[in-house]
Design a protein around this ligand. Sequence first.
Ligand SMILES: [Zn+2]
Ligand SMILES: [Zn+2]
Length: 369
Amino acid sequence: MAEQVLAAVRTGPVKTEIREYPMPGIPEDGALMKMEVAGICGTDVKLYQHPPSAARVIMGHENIGTIAKAGREFTRRKGFKEGDLVFVEHYVACGKCEWCHLGQYRHCENTDWRNNPDSIRYGYTSAERAPHLWGGFAQYVFLPWNAVVHRVPQGVTPELAGLVTPMANGVEWSLFEGGVGYNSTVLIQGPGQQGLSQTVICKQAGASLIIVTGTAKDGARMEVAKALGADHVIDVSQEDPLSRIMEITGGKGVDVALDCTAGAGTGPILLGIDALKRKAGTIVVQGESEKFPDFPLAKVTTKYITIKSARGHSYKACELALAQLASHRFPLERVTTHRFGLKDVDLAIRSVGGKGVKDVIHASLMPWQ
Ligand SMILES: [Zn+2]
Ligand SMILES: [Zn+2]
């Protein structure tokens, strides 16, 4: 095995450099993963433009790879051995708290980068911290005893497995938070990889009506949305979305509204609230605007609306997402549109953000290319 590991390191806002790190020694209870694919999502776009700290960071938090080296204790405790193709959640959990015991590693303090300066999370943690390999935009990633590892089912390629994170979010947000199921009517705002993943999951769960919204630049994505099961797509820059939704639903509105937009301000929340049915709809939100002037609280209250927060995914959502990928039931090759090599991390992230290569839906970063 090589002595040095190549990594793309974020050194500042919209700045990447290729660096070498020493190949780490592996403790008995740890492992080393050879990277196959790091998925790039809207969160990378945000973190790249506005890094949460000045630290050098190897980004990449949606990581698929092969176990290259595993300590004996790692294999004994976790069941993974060298050669296994795995998906590693970006949450590095404490393994002891209530959230961890629930499989809700996303809420564990050990991985809470907003509140805990010592937290560990792939794609977020400083590369200064030994053994440095805390992100997927590198040839190898270090797995400590408390990494959360899932087996990739047979027949699922690494590139397809690279969709597991948006798919797991799809399960978590639409099914577990939104309660989408048989005969549900759903509004999905935003036709990016996240909105498209929600479309697949809602379709599989039995939703009877799926409406996906986008803007004029989303033509290609809207076509993919239809191929994946959307019943209607609405270009909000051409049509009034609320009147279209009411027309489609015969004036009833939808059961569940999911916000999968990025940088669209408060508009999608307002539309979601208006598009929900007369009583007891659910809106799943993920925006992080500090302020919301004129928030229509009266509408929320009188319509008896439930607001849920989208925050990543649970262990169970990941397993269901992997099973979804293994079913090959949907033409997901229409979502995994582009591949980039390690030297093109900057271009890859910008492209996912709509400023680089055109019509990228899901970008697979392949660190060995
Ligand atoms: Zn992500
Ligand atoms: Zn914990």
